[in-house]
Design a protein around this ligand. Structure first.
Ligand SMILES: C[S@@+](CC[C@H](N)C(=O)[O-])C[C@H]1O[C@@H](n2cnc3c(N)ncnc32)[C@H](O)[C@@H]1O
Length: 299
């Protein structure tokens, strides 16, 4: 019965794109669930600053030095906010590449930014000419875009395009770690079912260390970072509330196209439930979730 339900949900979710009201990617074969529009661009900007603060200001995690001509790749770059911040911290002689299945969030590149290169591609199929090119590959929050088989291919592709001695760094949310109250628990269960029905790797943060080793990486390092959520937790809590609330609202089209998945039958009901979840974070001291950061080296 459970399998039948999952199969039905899966068939509905894979026929979902494009989603009503929000712009969605149309990259062939990609399963990414979130929209690409101005609301999402603002969310990613808020999220970058929040993650930077909770990581103590660090956006490059391995302790590494860069050659003057080092090349850096950001996978699933979105609005390129990490890449642009990284570019501001390294010598102008370095080259900065971003790829994404959707270019809608790409910023206009100033004419003097000749070392910033954004293109449309999937991390599962990078250009052959990029073999052994990069000193560092960053990939943050691709959980809503990579299926279980995609993860294996993506990490193999990243391994291929890194120079020997180069580093991969990853950050993902630990999907099961959110703690608050019953509204949040219901939303977390919805997210789990939506991701499973879409073939996405809901458990990726638990599997990344093993997947990195299977892809040939060594010296795998991981770090857990707790993010407090709700206004009781000051500025970080408020920003986390806005970030995660907006991300959850971005799933509305996918959930409704899949028939509501037992969570909400109408757009209004979906909005009300998200509002109640956000109120729960504000009044429940201790509401939090966990991010997991990783890095590893290509031998
Ligand atoms: C949650 S956003 C994160 C954006 C950025 N990494 C950041 O942290 O600000 C995920 C991004 O991954 C992109 N994406 C999804 N599937 C992808 C794939 N197979 N290859 C490359 N990018 C992908 C989406 O289009 C989206 O821009």
């Amino acid at each position: 019965m459970v399998n039948q339900q999952a199969a039905t949900e899966s068939a509905i979710v894979s026929a979902q794109s494009p989603r009503p009201g929000r712009y969605a990617h149309s990259f062939p074969g990609a399963q990414y669930l979130l929209p690409a529009d101005e609301e999402e661009r603002s969310r990613l900007a808020l999220q970058h600053e929040l993650f930077k603060r909770v990581m103590g200001g660090r956006i490059i995690l391995p302790s590494m030095s860069f050659d003057p001509d080092a090349e850096i790749l950001d996978s699933g770059t979105g609005s390129a906010i990490w890449l642009i911040d990284c570019r501001s911290q390294l010598p102008a002689s370095c080259q900065f590449y971003g790829i994404d299945i959707e270019s809608k969030l790409y910023p206009d590149i100033p004419t003097d930014a000749s070392n910033l290169h954004l293109s449309v591609a999937s991390i599962t199929a990078l250009p052959r000419s990029w073999t052994a090119k990069f000193a560092l590959v960053n990939q943050r929050l691709l959980m809503a875009g990579l299926t279980v088989p995609d993860w294996k291919v993506a990490l193999e592709e990243i391994h291929r395009v890194l120079k020997p001695g180069g580093f991969i760094q990853l950050m993902e949310s630990d999907s099961d770690s959110i703690q608050s109250g019953p509204e949040t628990a219901a939303a977390a269960e919805l997210l789990r079912r939506l991701m499973v029905a879409s073939g996405l790797n809901h458990e990726c943060s638990k599997n990344i260390e093993g997947m990195l080793m299977s892809a040939g990486f060594v010296d795998v390092y991981s770090e857990d970072v707790v993010v407090k959520v709700g206004k009781w937790a000051g500025r970080d809590g408020v920003d986390a509330r806005e970030d995660f609330g907006s991300a959850f609202r971005g799933l509305k089209g996918a959930v409704l196209k899949a028939g509501g998945m037992g969570y909400a039958d109408t757009p209004e009901e979906f909005d009300q439930k998200v509002d109640r979840q956000i109120e729960e974070w504000d009044r429940t001291e201790g509401s939090c979730t966990k991010l997991k950061a990783f890095y590893a080296r290509k031998p």
